[in-house]
Design a binder for this molecule. Structure first.
Ligand code: CA
Length: 196
């Protein structure tokens, strides 16, 4: 009695399914588009960070791209205590002194080319860390850490929507709560590869 339903089921439904499948296929191939292996943009032990040692919680706004950091010093990573019972607390890995029981603010710009994806920030820290890219918190607040620092003990993925072609800003607050202090960072990126 309803002569539309056979039409819907025999013609429209298969067409709808085919369209849906082709759409999913297109999305899937975009998501799976080949990407380069990670490239290191800022290596561990990088030179010439802008940095400032401040009392706990001071320096509000330092993460903003338009913040005036002309009063900051220039220092090389890692930052921290040059001697101690942890492997990274040695005079070779620590190139800039960061006193315990303070906050350390660091800023560093880096360049990204067109087609960059999947930027990741890796951290070695004693104790806690909060990471910003272009003024946005990518670590979901200050993340706490105990025991000795180790490379890659935190990895923070940066949403592609925060990335800018050209100059980007890495800004990090590290907090020491006593004993030894340490901070070093690495930033990597990937790139979409052109098809065909
Ligand atoms: Ca500590």
């Amino acid at each position: 009695m309803n002569d539309r339903s056979p039409f819907v089921s025999r013609v429209l439904f298969p067409v709808t399914v085919m369209f849906a499948l082709s759409t999913v296929g297109a999305l899937r191939s975009a998501a799976n588009a080949p990407k380069s292996a990670p490239t290191i943009v800022v290596p561990y032990g990088a030179s010439e960070y802008k940095y400032q040692v401040v009392p706990v919680d001071d320096g509000i706004g330092f993460e903003r791209p338009d913040f005036d950091d002309s009063a900051f010093g220039i220092g090389d990573a890692g930052f921290g205590t040059r001697e101690g019972y942890c492997a990274l607390n040695n005079p070779g890995d620590v190139r800039t002194e960061w006193p315990v029981e303070t906050d350390l603010l660091v800023r560093k710009t880096f360049e990204l080319p067109v087609g960059t994806t999947d930027v990741v920030v890796y951290v070695a820290v004693d104790n806690d860390v909060q990471v910003f890219i272009n003024g946005y918190d990518i670590s979901d607040g200050l993340q706490t850490h105990e025991e000795c620092p180790s490379l890659d003990s935190f990895t923070f993925a940066v949403p592609d929507s925060l990335l800018q072609v050209g100059t980007n800003l890495l800004a990090v607050r590290a907090r020491d709560r006593g004993g030894l202090a340490y901070l070093d960072l690495e930033v990597t990126r990937r790139a979409r590869l052109r098809l065909g």
